[in-house]
Write a protein that binds this ligand. Sequence first.
Ligand code: NAP
Ligand code: MG
Length: 500
Amino acid sequence: MSTLPSKEHIEKAVGQIQFDTDAFIDGKFVKAVSGKTFATENPATGRELAQVAECDAADVEIAVAAAKRAFEAGVWSDLPPSERKEIMLKFCDLMEEHEMELGLLDCLEAGKPVADCLQIDAPETIACIRWHAEAADKLYDHISPTGSENLGLITREPVGVVGAVIPWNFPAQMAAWKIGPILATGNSLILKPAEQTSLSALLMARLASEAGVPDGVFNVVTGFGETTGKALGLHMDVDMVAFTGSTEVGRYFLQYAAESNLKRIILECGGKSPQIVLADADLDNAAENAVSAAFWNMGENCSCGSRLIVEKGVKDALLEKITAELKAWPTGDPLDPGNPLGSMIEKGHMEKVLSYIETGKSEGANLLLGGNRILTETGGYFVEPTIFDGVTNQMKIAQEEIFGPVLSVIEVENEQEAIAVANDTPYGLAASVYTASLDSAHRIARKLRAGNVSVNCFAEGDMGTPFGGYKQSGFSGRDKSIFAHEQYTEMKTTWISLGK
Ligand code: NAP
Ligand code: MG
């Protein structure tokens, strides 16, 4: 959306939304077998938005059977890739028609700033699925280099029934990162959104079906991780699970796979990403990017640049610029396009973030800015941007993923120490380096144990670049780009004797 609508326009549009709240299985909306529902709330007001179907193992059973049936019937998996592409592009066109609604659902359920939802989340969701759709009919298989008596075909085939279990921080986008490549390569999908954010996934399933994605190919089971997510992880007919979420829960999926059918598992997990600022850096640029890295999406971002590692001599000047820059980042009603920061996802998570802030104080870090819950009169769960100076990398606030608006500032002597501190974490998702020296930039980028390194910016690349983590930030795969596309396929060798 190139120009943002006014707050009045947005509020009117919100009033007109009709939520889809049932699970989407085998081409239709259905209640949970148990008849149970659970509340989804607006974390910016603390009020209930809707009751959503609470699926469990019984619903997963039905969804998996439908997905398997569709896969085996070949209604999607056997379609020429160009036909899958056309249907997916139609799905994207329908999402474009509903772009405002798609963005608003994430704003309402996750407390995300509406400007981000309408200008980043919704358009990038559509662009992602379009990218993978367009790739569908542009990939060639291989023939092995054999003698004239044989033919060795190396072909890619869809894996089968793929479960996608996703988090709440970028609900539609995280769904799209899975939906795009899973559907483009011909698989059947069962998507389990985070329990806090089911609505945009349900809208997407309805639109995909309207566009012509056959019944059973794109299912959404709403519900809790411990029941619905676990049932997918343990199911013998689920061939693969692509997970995005915390490292803690990601581990369970490796266990589920080991205990069941050795299903393929891809994990995109948490991070504690460093932002290295060398003394020769453009400090205005570093400050602007460091604020965005640390506080964008209220720090509820897997690649959140939560550790600012600053070379001696420039720390005070940098912090002054960061504090000034933050004035342009007010926290408030997420439906107001003038607020770049909204609420935390839920009360429990806000309390966790506040308890990390207490830990930072008791560990002896110097609270430079923020530190409090704010806007309590709204009933919402808002935490102000918080900066700790004088942090050492051993402190809990420097080691653990807080997933909130809390920046830890660590001073280092030189480039070598910056690299050592940056890598001294169990995570390895993203990192940034700010320097005027091309040599330092390349040297540091090479040494950083992280899947995504940005130089003189905070960025995650574009749709053409893979995204994922080293160490405990991920396992066995990447989102986005052609590499994500490929990982939802199996490789087959067909050896043909051509006779004598
Ligand atoms: P989470 O608690 O790990 O949940 C992720 C998903 O797993 C949710 O759908 C959740 O369902 C489900 N789940 C929870 N417990 C489960 C269990 N025992 N068995 C099976 N499934 C289970 O993560 P979150 O709080 O939603 O999201 C925040 C995390 O996501 C952060 O760590 C962040 O870094 C990570 N993240 C990573 C990336 C990346 O690309 N690397 C991107 C975004 C976010 P419920 O909602 O019902 O609990
Ligand atoms: Mg959760």
